[in-house]
Design a protein around this ligand. Structure first.
Ligand code: MRU
Length: 357
């Protein structure tokens, strides 16, 4: 599949001693690779959205906790694990909504706990192996979501997406964009509308950029234009990513997603959520249980512009995500197949297939 960069979004350097990320806050203007070694800079990169998107922050956290573990200079398991837990909890505190962050850290934690009889250097190399596997899995999962999503589409269709669930939000290919990249490779000739996605403009800065770089016919629209392009008949399906899906199918994704879902329902347009199973949180019963991250007011009042855009002192409400109720979701596309309502049944079946695989 077409990719935009020679390197993947998140990687370790050749010596396995630093995390390499594309600084997404600089895109599309500058392609700057950051080399991060210490925990504070990795935490900051996640919090400040230099690396962002649920799967990508999961992979970054896996590499991040490996780098932290590598620096722990203790010989006994108990001393090593105490410091490992501190680093794990610190990274986990960077962002609350995308479940992939805690999911990846839990996986890394299990590697440590299940190998307590091994030496500390052995545990460190197992951690490196697991982090690499989390990344490799992410790439395979995106490819499968691409295949499963493409089966729902026909050549020449108009698609709409919100925020960035693309290559930049994962290790490669993206989730919502994977069917678009695959379709491009197979001559489907899709036309994609990208919502700009206020306040941080992931749609304008990242999705429009990566789709255009891949040669896909791309049109950028402001968030408030989605119903208008739907009404013209230009959108045949909506594809979005997600940060956490509850067991009943309610899905948290970038703020504004639920408004796109409402419009899609009104115009009888299918609304698909692309969800790796790592983003489905079966321990979370409904969307009401999902912790929605609140971000700084400055993202709304002054970011990206030379001048402040709002009066000093105005109150700002800046939730980073919203929850789309399951009733507005036509289907949830996973790497194990497509789940349809009722999701409390179909998502369980997806996990049963995963357990057998
Ligand atoms: O705040 P962000 O930019 O990390 O939000 C990202 C999204 O909402 C994505 O749609 C989601 O993480 C899915 S990425 C495959």
């Amino acid at each position: 599949m077409a990719t935009i960069f020679d390197m993947e979004t998140v990687a370790l350097d050749d010596q396995d001693s630093a995390l390499l990320i594309i600084d997404q806050t600089q895109l599309p203007g500058r392609r700057e690779i950051l080399r991060l070694k210490d925990q504070k800079s990795i935490w900051d990169a996640i919090y400040l959205l230099k690396v962002r998107g649920a799967p990508a922050i999961g992979v970054a956290a896996a590499f991040g906790i490996y780098l932290a573990a590598k620096e722990i200079d203790e010989d006994t398991f108990d001393d090593f694990y105490k410091r490992f837990e501190e680093a794990r909890d610190y990274l986990d505190s960077a962002r609350p909504t995308a479940v992939n962050l805690s999911w990846a850290l839990r996986r890394m934690d299990s590697v440590v706990r299940e190998n307590r009889e091994k030496t500390v250097p052995e545990i460190k190399s197992l951690l490196l192996r697991e982090a690499n596997e989390i990344k490799a899995e992410d790439i395979r999962v995106c490819c499968s979501i691409g295949e499963n999503g493409l089966k729902l589409l026909k050549p020449g269709m108009g698609l709409l997406t919100h925020c960035n669930a693309g290559q930049l939000a994962t290790s490669k290919y993206g989730t919502a964009t994977a069917p678009m990249y695959l379709g491009q490779e197979r001559g489907y000739g899709f036309h994609v509308f990208c919502d700009e996605t206020r306040p941080l403009l992931q749609g304008a800065r990242l999705t429009a950029f990566e789709l255009q770089e891949a040669g896909i016919d791309t049109t950028l629209i402001c968030d408030n234009m989605a119903p208008s392009v739907m009404k013209q008949g230009w959108v045949d399906a909506v594809f979005v990513g997600c940060d956490r899906v509850a067991a009943n199918g309610d899905a948290a994704n970038k703020i504004g997603t639920s408004y796109v879902a409402l419009a899609a329902k009104h115009f009888h347009i299918p609304f698909y959520v692309c969800a790796p199973t790592s983003t489905i949180d079966m321990a979370c019963k409904t969307g009401a249980d999902i912790h929605i991250e609140l971000r700084p007011a400055e993202e709304v009042t002054e970011m990206w512009y030379e001048k402040r855009m709002a009066p000093e002192g105005v109150k700002v409400y800046n939730p980073s995500f919203d929850v789309t109720d399951a009733e507005f979701i036509t289907a949830i596309i996973t790497e194990y197949g497509v789940a349809y309502p009722p999701y409390d049944v179909s998502l369980k079946e997806i996990f049963e297939q995963k357990a057998k695989a």
